[in-house]
Design a protein around this ligand. Sequence first.
Ligand SMILES: [Zn+2]
Ligand SMILES: [Zn+2]
Ligand SMILES: [Zn+2]
Length: 139
Amino acid sequence: MSEIKTILKDYKLRQTDCREEILQVFMSKPHALAHADVEGQLTEQFDRVTVYRTLKTFLDKGIIHKVLDDEGGVKYAICKANCHTEDHKHHHDHVHFKCTTCGLTTCLDHVTIPSIILPEGYLRVETNLLVQGVCKSCS
Ligand SMILES: [Zn+2]
Ligand SMILES: [Zn+2]
Ligand SMILES: [Zn+2]
């Protein structure tokens, strides 16, 4: 059984061509992908709604996570094992890095977002931190 099929099985997801292909795309790219990037990588043509639903399913299951990019764009990146803390609570308190030269956004999985103290009356749901600069391959 391929790695892709094993992952889908582990997450108790039915195998569909669309799910397999999208997962393959995420696993082969080391950087975050926007909806359009994912669509552009698919060999077979799946309609927008199917791609959207698949991304939503992967998000809900914790296979991928959202990456808030600049220009208000949302991208997605594959979750690494350290997305899951010991109590199996899913969190993404790692920094994202956007390279201004190649334009790619990557997960800095081992760089934790420092804790931020909010004023009274504010409740944190999640924190996103995007660092912009020049990445390792471009510097
Ligand atoms: Zn995750
Ligand atoms: Zn770069
Ligand atoms: Zn990330």
